[in-house]
Write a protein that binds this ligand. Structure first.
Ligand SMILES: [Zn+2]
Length: 208
């Protein structure tokens, strides 16, 4: 197993150069979101959900978003999205904002690392100090990271894109932008009946 991760960068990136593709939803994905440490405010949580749904809809995936408590058990047919404060050791050093595990026995799960996202956004670690606009920005950022990681979970062979939602690195400007473009390879991989997607399913392994 290997971690697929997204790493934060301080550099500002122009994310508005490409237009967001408009596609009719072609694929459904059920996700159960768990705020393990109950860290998010209702505003940040709803902003996260809305952004994840919107980002994946742009990739042709209709997301069904459910919430659960950490102790609840899942049947394995849905993806679990777990928000925790701190990334584990090596990932924390790289300021990873999210990760999935790939491989034949990989869990259907993705992790979001709150502290890394707060650092990238230059927001205080104490969430009670966030104003409304900052809480909304936090949700926007987490929603994009969630969408990014869910694409990794669904299409583990898909490499990172040079820009947009599936870029390997995202800075503050990208994370809080209203929309990120989605590259053609990602769109093709998420199309249920495309040959590219079939090949991805047949030969899973980590992109990195
Ligand atoms: Zn990634």
């Amino acid at each position: 197993m290997r971690n697929l991760l997204i790493v934060a960068v301080a550099a500002l990136v122009n994310a508005s150069a490409a237009a967001e593709p408009v596609l009719a939803p072609q694929r459904r994905l059920t996700v159960v979101f768990v705020d393990v440490e109950r860290a998010l405010s209702p505003l940040a949580a709803s902003s996260l959900r809305d952004e994840a749904v919107r980002s994946l809809r742009g990739a042709g995936v209709e997301l069904e978003w459910l919430r659960a408590e950490a102790r609840e058990i899942f049947d394995g047919t849905t993806y679990k999205l777990l928000l925790v404060r701190r990334a584990p050791g090596g990932l924390r050093l790289r300021c990873a904002m999210g990760s999935v595990i790939s491989g034949p026995d990989a869990p259907r799960a993705a992790w979001l690392y709150l502290d890394s996202v707060l650092t990238t956004l230059r927001l205080p670690a104490d969430l009670e100090r966030l104003g409304l606009a900052q809480a909304r920005d936090l949700g926007l950022a987490l929603g994009k990271v969630a969408a990014h990681e869910l694409v990794h979970a669904v299409a583990p062979e898909l490499p990172h894109a040079r820009a947009g939602l599936m870029a390997a690195q995202m800075g503050r400007t990208m994370l809080t932008s209203t929309a990120l473009p989605i590259d053609a390879a990602t769109l093709a991989a998420l199309r249920p009946l495309a040959p590219t997607a079939a090949a991805l399913v047949a030969a899973p392994s980590a992109a990195y």
